[in-house]
Design a protein. Structure first.
Length: 176
């Protein structure tokens, strides 16, 4: 909030910013491709870009005043799959490796990709995911992956800092 104060202490608001800044933009595009160079090997790539505006956020933290500039509006993800799991085929499995680089923003959005994969993908993160899927019985799929990444700190006063992140996720899906 911006304003002016007079000698008597009266404060007059001259500008009130929106509490919910549009950090993603109003338009965007995604380019996706998949290539199957040989049996059971699949390369998948996604590139997304929005028309989001650059902005700077200033905060007072333990180390004094810091400003964080948000000026990246594109996201990239590349994935290598070995095979595909099939919930109708017990014993089927999939192995995968994924590299990604997501733009950071103040509103905790993962660009226009949207899917955070149950907390694994964070805005401003860049790294690798290694995982597998396995079908032990019809309509049951088990997935586990390990993520190693550099992520944007989201704590007040530390938003211009990054940290190393290790994340393990495992889940069993029953499809009915």
């Amino acid at each position: 909030m911006k304003g002016t104060a007079n000698a008597s202490g009266t404060y007059t608001v001259t500008e009130t910013p929106s509490e919910y800044r549009n950090t993603a933009g109003s338009l965007g595009f995604v380019l996706s491709a998949m290539w199957n160079p040989m049996k059971n090997i699949f390369l998948i790539g996604d590139y997304a870009r929005t028309n989001g505006q650059d902005y700077t956020v200033g905060e007072w933290g333990a180390n004094g005043y810091t400003e964080t500039k948000y000026d990246k509006h594109d996201c990239t993800a590349l994935r290598l799959n070995y095979r595909w799991s099939n919930i109708n085929d017990p014993g089927s499995f999939q192995l995968y490796a994924r590299w990604y680089n997501y733009a950071r923003n103040i509103n905790n959005l993962v660009g226009i990709f949207g899917d955070k994969e149950w907390g694994a993908l964070q805005p401003g993160s860049k790294g690798w995911i290694l995982g597998f899927k396995y079908v032990p019985a019809k309509n049951i799929e088990w997935e586990t992956f390990y993520e190693m990444a550099t992520a944007q700190n989201t704590l007040y006063g530390h938003k211009n800092e990054t940290y190393h992140r290790n994340f393990v996720r495992t889940m069993v899906d029953y499809h009915f």
